[in-house]
Design a protein around this ligand. Structure first.
Ligand code: NCD
Length: 339
C-alpha cells in the first residue's frame, strides 16, 4: 500500500506506509527488514504526537473491531493494545481466559471461530505456547498480531524498545547493548536481539550458561558470563526478568546469588558510562534483576518504554488495518463517511 495517514490528522498528513507491503499479520520480527522497521518507527512519531494531544484520538480505524485474546497474564501489553485501538477509534473486545469457556474445555480454534462469527478485524493474541498466533492466522480472516507466544517472539515489545532507544540516541548504529539475565526463557530477548542487530547495534548477552539457549550461533551477538567486565562499556543495559513460571528446574543456585552476579545493583549501575540507558520490559522484580533504587534513576527509561508501547501499537494496528486494508462491506461504509 502506498497509503497516507490523510484521515489521521491535519498536522502530520503524509506518512509513507509503502514498504510494509501487503503484510496482514505481525507474528514475528524475523521477516521484518530494516526499512520496514524504520518506517514503522517513523509512523510511530505521528502517533506519539496524537497521544500528546488534549484529546488523543483520531478516526483512523472507526468501524473496525480489535479483540485482545490473552491466554496468559499481562498488564501492560494488553492495556497498551486496548488503549492503542481506542485512540484509533476502533471498537475493542477483550477476552480473558479466566472467565471464558476455555475453562470448560473449548479449543483455541473453536474460540477463534466463535469470536470471528461476531465480526472482527484484528485479533491480538498472547499464549504460553510458541506458534499459537501463527496457527490462529491460518484459521481466521482477521489480522493477527502476536502479543507474546511462549519463549518465541514478542514483536511489539522489540519495536517499542527500538523506538525508545531511537528517541534517545537518534540511531542504534554502533550502540553497545547488553541484554542481561534469563535469555533462555525470554521471547522479549529473542525479538529484541533481532531488531537491535538489524538496526546496527552491537549486542552482548550477559547470563550464566544455564540461562542461555543451547546455541546463540544464529544471532550476531557476543556472549559474556561476567557482567562486571561488560558493565563499564555498555551504552544500554537491558535487564530481563527471571521467568520462573517457565523454569522446570533450578537454573540458578539461589536468587541472592543470581543478584550478586547478574543483578544491576547500585554499585554496578554507578559503573555504567555517563548517559547509559537502563531498560526493562516489565514486570520488574525489584531487588532481583534490578535494584529498586536503580529502576527509579533518571537514566532508567522503563516508564517511557510503556508510554511508547501505546504509540508503537497504534502504528502496528494502523499498518495492518488502515486505509486500503478494509474488508469489503466495511470499506464501503467507512468511505461513505458513515462508519
Ligand atoms: C514480558 C512478557 O510477557 O514477555 N512482559 C511484557 O510483555 N512487557 C516480559 C516478562 O514477562 O518478563
Amino acid at each position: 500500500m502506498s497509503g497516507t495517514t490523510r484521515d489521521l490528522t491535519e498536522a502530520s498528513s503524509t506518512v509513507d506506509t509503502s514498504s510494509f507491503g501487503d503484510r496482514r499479520h505481525l507474528l514475528t520480527v524475523s521477516d521484518l527488514e530494516r526499512p520496514e522497521i524504520e518506517q514503522l518507527l517513523e509512523l510511530t512519531d505521528t502517533f506519539v504526537e496524537v497521544s500528546n494531544r488534549a484529546i488523543p484520538k483520531v478516526p483512523a480505524l472507526r468501524g473496525r473491531t480489535v479483540v485482545t485474546l490473552f491466554f496468559e497474564d499481562s498488564t501492560r501489553t494488553r492495556l497498551s493494545f486496548e488503549t492503542a485501538a481506542k485512540r484509533l477509534s476502533a471498537d475493542t473486545m477483550s477476552f480473558a481466559v479466566s472467565s471464558s469457556s476455555v475453562n470448560k474445555g473449548e479449543s483455541v480454534r473453536d474460540t477463534i471461530e466463535t469470536i470471528e462469527a461476531m465480526g472482527i478485524d484484528a485479533v491480538v493474541v498472547r499464549h504460553k505456547s510458541s506458534g499459537v498466533p501463527a496457527q490462529i492466522a491460518g484459521w481466521t480472516n482477521a489480522a493477527v498480531i502476536n502479543a507474546g507466544d511462549g519463549w518465541h517472539q514478542h514483536p511489539t515489545q522489540a519495536l517499542l524498545d527500538a523506538y525508545t532507544l531511537r528517541s534517545h540516541l537518534g540511531s542504534l548504529d554502533g550502540v553497545r547493548i547488553s541484554i542481561v539475565g534469563d535469555v533462555k526463557h525470554s521471547r522479549v530477548a529473542r525479538s529484541d536481539i533481532e531488531v537491535f542487530t538489524k538496526l546496527g547495534a552491537e549486542v552482548t548477552l550477559v547470563a550464566p550458561p544455564t540461562l542461555l539457549p543451547p546455541s546463540t550461533a544464529p544471532w550476531d551477538v557476543r556472549v559474556s558470563h561476567d557482567f562486571d567486565s561488560v558493565v563499564g562499556s555498555t551504552d544500554v543495559c537491558y535487564l530481563l526478568r527471571m521467568q520462573r513460571e517457565r523454569m522446570t528446574e533450578a537454573l540458578v543456585p539461589t536468587l541472592r546469588e543470581y543478584t550478586a552476579h547478574y543483578g544491576l545493583t547500585s554499585a554496578r549501575a554507578d559503573r555504567l558510562p555517563d548517559g547509559a540507558l537502563i531498560m526493562h520490559p516489565g514486570p520488574m522484580n525489584r531487588g532481583v534483576e534490578i535494584a529498586g533504587e536503580v529502576a527509579d534513576r533518571p537514566n532508567a527509561v522503563i516508564t517511557e518504554q510503556v508510554a511508547n508501547g501505546v504509540a508503537v501499537r497504534m502504528a502496528v494496528l494502523f499498518l495492518v488495518l488502515g486505509p486500503g486494508r478494509a474488508s469489503g462491506a466495511k470499506n464501503e461504509i467507512s468511505s461513505n463517511g458513515a462508519g
